[in-house]
Design a binder for this molecule. Structure first.
Ligand SMILES: [Zn+2]
Length: 218
């Protein structure tokens, strides 16, 4: 026999929004643009893709910040690939290679499989394999993107538009949908902090800050 009859019968309704309930947000407010000490917290996804240089690996990662006012704050859903790019000084690297180098990996991974194993190792070591991450914000209006893409492709649904769009269509729609290019372009709150969302001037939908990795540093 349980003691449930002894539970308090005092109404608790005043302390909860049962009728106006909303699910917990998936995304915490993003940390301000800047450079943070970070570690690899989670590998959400990793898959190979065909590039002009052959098969490359694309990983979707969650990082976490170490120390300071944003201690343990997540930087989620970051796509990091080992597709090479050329720096201005002519040397070649990739965002993934920058990350593993900055985390102190001495031996170059030779394959996508080895890159993935290195990522798993960094995740297991957590704060013990930290590196610096420089981030910025972008305000991207998903609604404007879909509306512009439908107009460019002559389709009537976002799915059809995405299927029919050329890379040029997507580029043009992205340009139109980018309503804030960086952190500084976001509105400032009365208390001086940056607002991490604003109302799109074109379609009146809410645009929330996306965090983009600019570069990794040792
Ligand atoms: Zn919009």
């Amino acid at each position: 026999m349980s003691d449930e009859m002894n539970f308090s019968d005092e109404p608790i309704d005043a302390q909860q929004d049962f009728d106006n309930w909303e699910p917990a947000p998936e995304f915490a407010p993003p940390p301000a643009a800047g450079t943070y000490q970070t570690y690899l917290h989670e590998i959400r996804d990793a898959k190979e893709f065909e590039s002009k240089n052959g098969k490359r690996l694309n990983a979707t990662l969650d990082l976490k910040i170490i120390g300071g006012q944003y201690d343990e704050r997540a930087i989620n859903w970051q796509r990091v690939s080992n597709m090479e790019f050329k720096r201005q000084n002519g040397t070649q690297s990739s965002l993934m290679m920058d990350m593993v180098k900055c985390a102190g990996i001495a031996q170059a991974p030779r394959s996508n499989k080895e890159y993935y194993e290195v990522l798993l190792g960094l995740k297991d070591r957590g704060v013990g394999a930290s590196f610096k991450t420089q981030i910025d914000w972008r305000g991207f209006c998903t609604n404007c993107y879909e509306v512009r893409l439908m107009a460019l492709t002559g389709t009537t649904s976002a799915e059809a538009a995405k299927a029919a769009a050329t890379p040029e269509n997507k580029k043009e729609a992205s340009k139109f949908a980018t309503k804030a290019k960086n952190y500084r372009a976001f509105p400032t709150n009365p208390n001086g902090t940056k607002a991490d969302s604003f109302i799109c001037a074109d379609c009146k939908n809410e645009v929330r800050a996306q965090v983009n990795i600019q570069r990794f540093l040792p």
